[in-house]
Design a protein around this ligand. Structure first.
Ligand code: ADP
Ligand code: MG
Length: 730
């Protein structure tokens, strides 16, 4: 390793804490200590107010002003006992990260007295001057105000000495400017639609919540080396870097013992997360060197989303304390596994039933099949929209790259359930009632589902949307994503599907068909019409691409192609129909997605250009000059024959460097010209597409030559930390 890089690394490693103390040995003694949760509320509020707040949360309604004042004063009392001085509304704008603006509790009264103040108004609403957050044209400059409003369903929490209040973020005109607003609406839709369907099976079901358990993958790199890589600093990924002699081929990192330094980071992060009530349960090494994963116990989806956003934020903060930087980018290193964020999703009732878990008797299993088949049908009918929910510049590197699910959406349910669905299709007759025996047999078989699932060991890791025994696992989502983008889609499409199902079944019942029979018939119809989305084979294989095309499934390879679906007629009708988002809100979101993509690729293009010109080319030329000096020196001391014999290698190297320098120079210039042309385009869609189709392919061409130069130039003067240093040093 070059001396200068080695020194930087050594110093950051020697200053890194290795031992982290928890406030107590038992997690149960500090879990949730920084959260204004139900227990705290019960303690700090009167019985009456507490009951009203709980009811409001349960019903998903807005909170009465009178109650808000009481909650605010309870929050303030609790927070001030914990030395909190400031509060902030914590929200999730469409940048993908979280935003906050802190205000102090204090106020000066008319008679010049300083007091601590925090009332219902401040809790309920804030007006951050956030006019530079993305709005897709919704917030015109003449009315640039945006509001944040308290989300009582996600508890407030303390970080440092700030009380953070989860909020939605909307424009002055009431349109959503964040992830949370449409998420809450989608969750409420799926709640209502699922409760209605559950009535066929159990009248006690009054509420259905979507559940989410995410699995967060990430890389850790040393802070000193990170800082020496402008591409990592500015884009979150390495735009150059030759693959090291040893990559991940030995599979020796996966589930291996966690290196001491990384372990200390994880311990501290877990302690801080536990205090915030984030139920982090699992940590392990991932496939690539220096790649890891955290997974919590699943929670209600809105809370799980907030907890994931909070986790990503905490990861960044705590990594710095350990002289690490955390990489949440989907593909920080070429030729090394990328990072995803599996979203495990299910529906759960107030009666404690997981609707995607087979039950104990034929009746509850028919309910299970109903939710299973409706989910498959929803995915089938909306596969393009689902694809768009994971379309980002970073994730584009992963999808379809033989390490992550393809850019084609399909559903895996396993052999046994496939057999079950086949049986349903063959046994149930259209327009003709089942005989008593047929019905008994079918019910008997349905009753056997828990047994078959128990030994259903097939776990297809290549499917983007896999049923894993008691939940669906959506695997195509990128590691840096806000889970809401997927959760809004999945809960909306399932809500719509369940509504359609109810209407279809009710229609048959009206025509005189018995309830069970009607359910069977509709399920059969859906199983047939959604069959194409089911795929049990290898999702990474080329045969699947051909097969999917035959089946008429979409294969949207680029991010802009997928973003187009965000504004399709079908999408607009879906969200408008469910009142999750108006057409204007949906289209604004699409525009923001195009702009974000363009901006990110543009930044990458600039970084590539700058690094090539100011780091790579000067270094290559410097080394080439050394070689030329060497050759000239040899000429002075050697005879003509000796000279010829001893300079072959140098001349090959000099020529090689010239070739690659020329390539880098030419393509970089060409890229700059194209960028300038594209930047003048007005239409965000066209711009994004041209960045994807014209500019981005040049990245690989430039990189190829730069990576060749990396292998040729003296390591001592190479200006960027190399892959082996970034990936194998703790
Ligand atoms: P893996 O996918 O790595 O094999 P598991 O299947 O055990 O791991 O679980 C992965 C995640 O699925 C965990 O975060 C867990 O909390 C979550 N999970 C389990 N059950 C549910 C459920 N009913 N709803 C949502 N998420 C769930
Ligand atoms: Mg998983």
């Amino acid at each position: 390793m070059a001396t200068i890089r080695f020194k930087a690394l050594e110093s950051s490693m020697s200053r890194t804490p290795r031992i982290v103390e928890a406030p107590s040995k038992k997690i149960s003694e500090y879990y949730g200590m920084n959260v204004f949760d139900k227990n705290v509320m019960a303690e700090y509020m009167s019985k009456d107010i507490y009951a009203q707040v709980m009811q409001t949360i349960e019903d998903g309604k807005t909170v009465d002003r009178k109650i808000t004042n009481s909650v605010a004063s309870a929050m303030k009392a609790w927070a001030m006992e914990r030395e909190v001085t400031h509060y902030t509304h914590w929200f999730q704008p469409l940048t993908g990260t979280t935003a906050e603006k802190h205000d102090a509790f204090f106020e000066i009264t008319k008679d010049n007295k300083v007091i601590e103040r925090f009332d219902g108004g401040q809790l309920a609403q804030q007006e951050p001057d956030a006019s530079s957050l993305p709005n897709g044209g919704i917030r015109n400059t003449f009315e640039a105000r945006g509001y944040t409003a308290w989300d009582p369903s996600s508890p407030a929490f303390i970080i440092g000495n700030t009380l953070c209040i989860p909020t939605i973020y909307i424009s002055y005109t009431g349109e959503a400017l964040d992830y949370k607003t449409p998420l809450l609406k989608a969750l409420s839709c799926v709640d209502k639609a699922a409760v209605d369907v559950c009535q066929y099976f159990d009248k006690n079901v009054k509420k259905v919540s979507a559940t989410l358990g995410w699995e967060q993958e990430y890389f850790l790199v040393d802070k000193a080396l990170f800082t020496a890589r402008p591409d990592l600093v500015l884009t979150g990924r390495t735009v150059f870097g030759h693959i090291p002699a040893k990559g991940q081929e030995l599979d020796d990192h996966y589930f291996g013992s966690i290196p001491e330094r990384a372990h200390a980071f994880m311990v501290e992060l877990e302690i801080e997360c536990m205090k915030l009530g984030i139920p982090l349960k699992t940590r392990h090494n991932e496939v690539a060197p220096n790649q890891y994963e955290f997974a919590p116990i699943f929670e209600e989806a809105n809370l799980a989303v907030d907890h994931n956003q909070l986790l990503m934020d905490m990861m960044e903060k705590i990594a710095r304390k350990h002289n690490f930087r955390v990489l949440l980018h989907e593909k920080p290193f070429a030729n090394v596994n990328g990072s995803g964020k599996h979203n495990n999703w299910s529906l759960s009732t107030n009666t404690g039933v997981n609707l995607l878990s087979p039950g104990k008797n034929p009746k509850s299993n028919l309910q299970f099949l109903t939710f299973l088949i409706n989910t498959i049908k929803a995915v089938h009918d909306n596969e393009r929209l689902l694809r768009s929910s994971m379309a980002t510049a970073g994730n584009e590197h992963r999808l379809g790259a033989n390490e992550a699910p393809p850019a084609i959406i399909s559903v895996f349910i396993g052999q046994e359930l496939t057999k079950m669905l086949d049986e349903l299709v063959s046994k149930v007759k259209d327009g003709k009632s089942l005989t008593a025996e047929e019905k008994t047999e079918l019910k008997l078989n349905i009753g056997k589902i828990p047994e078959i699932l128990l030994d259903n060991t097939d776990r297809n890791r290549t499917s983007p949307f896999a049923f894993t025994g008691n939940k669906f696992e959506f695997r195509a989502i990128g590691s840096s994503a806000n889970c809401s983008s997927a959760m809004i889609v999945i809960n909306s499409i399932v809500a719509k599907q369940l509504k359609d199902f109810k209407a279809d079944v009710d229609q048959l019942i009206k025509e005189g068909v018995k309830k069970d029979e009607a359910i069977f018939r509709i399920l059969k119809k859906y199983t047939i019409s959604s069959k194409n989305i089911r795929f049990e084979g290898n999702g990474y294989g080329d045969e699947w691409i051909a097969e999917a095309e035959k089946r008429g499934l979409s294969h949207l390879r680029t991010t802009p192609a997928a973003i187009a679906e965000m504004g399709s007629k079908q999408t607009l009708a879906l969200y408008d129909g469910l009142k999750v988002m108006s057409e204007r809100e949906t289209l604004a979101r699409q525009e923001i997605a195009y702009e974000l993509y363009t901006n990110l690729i543009r930044i990458e293009a600039r970084v590539i250009g700058d690094l090539a010109k100011s780091h790579i080319l000067p270094t290559a030329l410097r080394y080439q000059n050394q070689l030329i000096d060497n050759v000239q020196g040899l000429k002075n001391i050697f005879s003509a024959t000796e000279f010829k014999d001893s300079t072959g290698v140098q001349l090959v190297m000099i020529k090689g460097i010239s070739k690659y320098v020329k390539n880098v120079q030419e393509v970089t210039e060409k890229m700059i010209v194209e960028r300038k042309r594209i930047n003048k385009l007005e239409d965000p869609k066209q711009k994004a597409n041209e960045y994807a189709d014209v500019v981005k392919p040049m990245f690989d061409v430039i990189r190829y030559s730069v990576d060749k130069l990396e292998l040729m130039v003296d390591d001592e003067i190479w200006p960027l930390p190399k892959y082996r240093e970034l990936l194998f040093n703790h």
